[in-house]
Write a protein that binds this ligand. Structure first.
Ligand code: ADP
Length: 644
């Protein structure tokens, strides 16, 4: 909402709509008793506003001048009625008309200036907060992102940042303009006729008390309405997504889904009606009080004019000015709520900015140079940290388990020589993915250590460590940009030839060339759909461009079609050559050919060695191997032909 006007606009309507909006805004930002902004917040807000200090002063000055100028036409009108017209003074008439036009011109200029400053300050602040948030958030560990609802996070970067901006320009502007208008108008009306003014002001409590009560109720209703809407939208989005709709269809749950939506939509409808009626009751009440005050003014003022104690011009001026006391007063009576709401927005932004990052470079971190790819796990224990250390409750996905988990890895030790392929095998949930994710420091070990080329990974800079590690996940993410841009994400300066070479090595060149626009085809979520195997090969090409000393590969569990499978196998043979590889292995060929197999069960390494040795031991590995062979009997012959 714009700050309230201070010129001749339909006053009551405008002021009440403004109320309604400010209440809604506050409700939307979810003010409640537990979120009390502190003095510290204010201090911090001021520090963010500091660069704009001179612009703020200019902004407020312009507003004050505008408010005072707004009185001029009314005073001119009074002079017109009392002197100029009765005296038939045409010269003065022209002069007064000229004054009003001049005031209009100056006000127009000031209003442009005011908007210039308020938008410069406001947009500047949005920019400052947004870039600061983004810089901080994108460095947070993955745990933060897995626990955080993306929507809630982007909401902070959009709505709360905008809310914070409103605090500075909107609320400040409103306080300045209403305060100045109120002061100037009060002084003027008292000077014009103090007895009448006093009498009219007696009605004020009649006006302000219900205003704040209805306002509070409106805030509650609005908040409830937003929650109901959000609930409905969430379940709609889920049900109408491709996979959700499919589920509904397969289980024939149309009727139940319809009934659920029916209930939700009905609640949204009912709260909408209640909200509309509350807003209207509020506005009608205010208009009524305003009219009563005006009636009193007409009656007593009229009597005074008849008695000769008051000029007609003064009565006219009072009639115009009186509503302009009520309007800023009602706006100011809610300023506290407005300011609180604005500060809550700032608080919510600061909350994210203050979130500690548990995985940061050590102060004396060193660069990893010329990585060879030697890896050692040294009595590694790991539990996933509780959410309170990596996220903010209000940002989290609902229904998440917030407790700190039990140990996921226990006393894992292993020594990996450069160039080895290590297959991590074991039942689902054994901790294979977790173990692999500790190497690039997506998480830090709870105790024990991991060394890369003899350096504890926590003593290296994260940038240099991660530059040495390439990751090919099961379901790789491609951004919604062209294939070439996706590949260059790994190496921005790569030439076209290098892209082609990497694509060739990853067995995906012919696939890319067959795309509608070749390397310039946009892929990703809403772009051209690549198959799972093709996507994985693009990811391998991307990794090859990065040319890391070590590769973490999460093999797809589902088997691909024969051709794709063979292509991925060939691509991997190139990709892993000369690199240390940590493979979360699901394919027999990978496991059988590995230099070291680590068999994990419930977070422990229960068996280790090469395929033949482990098979001879006839333990968990042998059992897993048998199920794999049986499960893929049909696949076996072709895997044999594919295996290097
Ligand atoms: P695997 O890769 O062998 O299937 P994971 O390493 O994915 O096993 O999981 C090991 C255990 O850690 C499981 O019990 C799983 O529930 C738990 N786990 C995995 N990821 C997280 C996480 N982000 N937060 C908490 N627990 C997790």
């Amino acid at each position: 909402a714009e700050r309230s006007g201070n010129t001749e606009r339909p006053q009551y309507v405008e002021s009440t709509t403004m109320h309604a909006f400010s209440y809604m805004r506050n409700a939307r930002m979810g003010i409640d008793e537990t979120e009390r902004p502190t003095r510290q917040t204010i201090r911090r807000v001021l520090s963010f506003a500091r660069p704009y200090r001179s612009q703020l002063i200019a902004f407020v000055t312009v507003i004050v001048v505008e408010s005072v100028l707004a009185l001029v036409p009314t005073l001119v009108f009074r002079a017109l009625i009392d002197n100029t017209i009765p005296d038939k003074n045409t010269q003065q008439l022209a002069m007064l008309a000229g004054i009003v036009i001049a005031v209009g011109l100056v006000t127009a200029a000031l209003s442009l200036l005011e908007r210039w400053w308020s938008s410069r300050i406001g947009e500047g602040l949005i920019y400052d907060l947004r870039t600061a948030l983004h810089d901080h958030v994108q460095r947070m560990p993955v745990g933060f992102f897995t626990r955080t609802r993306t929507g809630a996070l982007t909401n902070r970067m959009n709505n709360d940042v905008i809310g914070a901006q409103r605090a500075l320009t909107g609320t400040l502007g409103s306080v300045a303009s209403n305060g100045a208008a109120l002061t100037a108008t009060l002084i003027t009306v008292f000077a014009l006729e103090w007895r009448l003014t006093l009498l009219s002001l007696v009605l004020l409590p009649l006006f302000l008390v219900p205003a704040s009560r209805v306002g509070k109720r409106l805030a509650v209703i609005t908040l409830e309405g937003m929650n109901l809407n959000a609930e409905m939208n969430t379940s709609l989005t889920e049900r109408l997504s491709a996979s959700g709709a499919q589920l509904v269809k397969l289980y024939g749950r149309y009727e139940d889904e319809q009934a659920t939506l029916d209930t939700q939509a009905a609640r949204v409808r009912d709260i909408g009606v209640r909200q509309a009626m509350t807003v209207r009751t509020f506005m009608t009440g205010l208009e009524l009080v305003g009219m009563v005050a005006l009636g009193v003014l007409y009656w007593l003022g009229g009597l005074l004019v008849i008695d000769g104690g008051l000029t007609l011009g003064t009565l006219a001026a009072l009639t115009i000015l009186m509503p302009r006391i009520y309007q800023p007063l009602s706006a100011l009576s809610n300023t506290r709520v407005d300011v609180m709401g604005a500060l809550v927005s700032f608080d919510r932004v600061f909350e994210v900015l203050d979130l500690p990052n548990p995985i940061t470079d050590a102060p004396d971190a060193t660069e990893l140079t010329a990585p060879a790819g030697a890896l050692e796990f040294h009595h590694v224990d790991f539990s996933y940290p509780g959410s309170e250390s990596t996220s903010i409750a209000s940002l989290e996905a609902v229904g998440e388990d917030h407790r700190e988990g039990g140990p996921v890895l226990r006393d894992v030790s292993a020594n990996v020589e450069p160039g080895w392929t290590v297959a991590l095998v074991g039942p689902s949930g054994a901790g294979k993915t977790t173990l692999a994710s500790l190497v690039p420091r997506l998480w830090d070990v709870t105790s024990g250590s991991i060394t890369f080329d003899g350096h504890d990974v926590r003593s290296l800079t994260q940038d240099s460590l991660r530059a040495a590690i390439g990751v090919v996940p099961q379901d790789p993410h491609l951004f919604h940009i062209t294939v070439a841009e996706n590949l260059r994400y790994a190496r921005p300066g790569a030439t076209d030839d290098q892209l082609r070479q990497a694509a060739r090595d990853a067995q995906v060149l012919s696939v890319i060339e067959a795309l509608p626009q070749g390397f310039d085809t946009v892929v990703g979520e809403r772009g051209y759909r690549l198959s799972g195997g093709e996507k994985q090969r693009v990811a391998i090409a991307r990794m090859l461009l990065k040319d890391p000393a070590m590769v973490i590969l999460d093999e797809a569990t589902s088997s691909l079609d024969t051709e794709s499978e063979a292509a991925v196998q060939r691509a991997l043979a190139t990709a892993l050559e000369g690199r240390t590889a940590l493979v979360i292995a699901h394919r027999l060929s990978t496991i059988v050919g590995a230099d070291l197999i680590l068999v994990l069960d419930e977070g422990r390494v229960v068996e280790r060695g090469r395929h033949s040795e482990l098979l001879a031991d006839d333990g968990l590995y042998a059992a897993l191997y048998r199920t794999l062979v049986e499960g893929s009997e049909a696949l076996l012959p072709r895997i044999e032909t594919v295996a290097p």
